[in-house]
Design a protein around this ligand. Structure first.
Ligand SMILES: [Zn+2]
Length: 50
C-alpha cells in the first residue's frame, strides 16, 4: 500500500486555544488530542479532511 496515495488527513483543532494540527492517521490525531486534553483540560475536535 502506498502511503502517499492516501488523500485523507485528520485535522486536530482545539475549541479553546490556537492548537491546530494536521495528521496522516486517526491514531496520531487522537494521540495529539488526548495529550492536549491531559495537559490543558481543553476540548479538542478531530475532523477528517478529504
Ligand atoms: Zn487548547
Amino acid at each position: 500500500m502506498d502511503a502517499a496515495a492516501r488523500s485523507e488527513r485528520y485535522h486536530v483543532v482545539c475549541r479553546e486555544c490556537q492548537l491546530e494540527r494536521l495528521c496522516d492517521t486517526p491514531d496520531e490525531a487522537d494521540g495529539i488530542g488526548r495529550e492536549h486534553i491531559d495537559e490543558t483540560g481543553h476540548r479538542v475536535a478531530v475532523e477528517r479532511v478529504e
